[in-house]
Write a protein of this length. Structure first.
Length: 113
């Protein structure tokens, strides 16, 4: 996966805000109406809608409107690119640390001799 993947950038941007992360945490328990998501934030509805738009642009949230009620649901599969990127980064850093460990052990062995 590219380090400059636009989808990855959208996902990290969406997750960068604590209000949006709180909304996602709430949505992990199940779908919720926009007014329910807005309640704990103390934000006005237009601001909450902008946060939801960022989450929707990243694919993390889907919304459905029934009359005047808009309901939001979490799309957990949208987090897959982040998981893939993090797994790649973990593998890179574990390999680097393993090489450094081998190098330090070789240095220690050489000092003993």
């Amino acid at each position: 996966m590219s380090n400059h993947d636009p989808d990855l950038s959208l996902l990290f941007h969406a997750l960068a805000d604590p209000t949006r992360r709180a909304m996602l945490t709430r949505l992990a328990a199940g779908p919720a109406q926009v007014t329910e998501l807005a309640g704990p934030t103390g934000l006005r509805l237009p601001t909450v809608m902008r946060h939801l738009a960022v989450l929707a642009d990243a694919g993390l949230v889907s919304t459905a409107k029934d009359g005047r009620v808009r309901t939001c649901a979490l799309n957990p599969q949208a987090l897959a690119p982040i998981r893939g990127w993090l797994d790649e980064q973990r593998a890179i850093w574990e390999a680097r640390l393993d090489r450094m460990d081998s190098y330090v052990l070789a240095l220690m062995k050489d000092r003993k001799e």
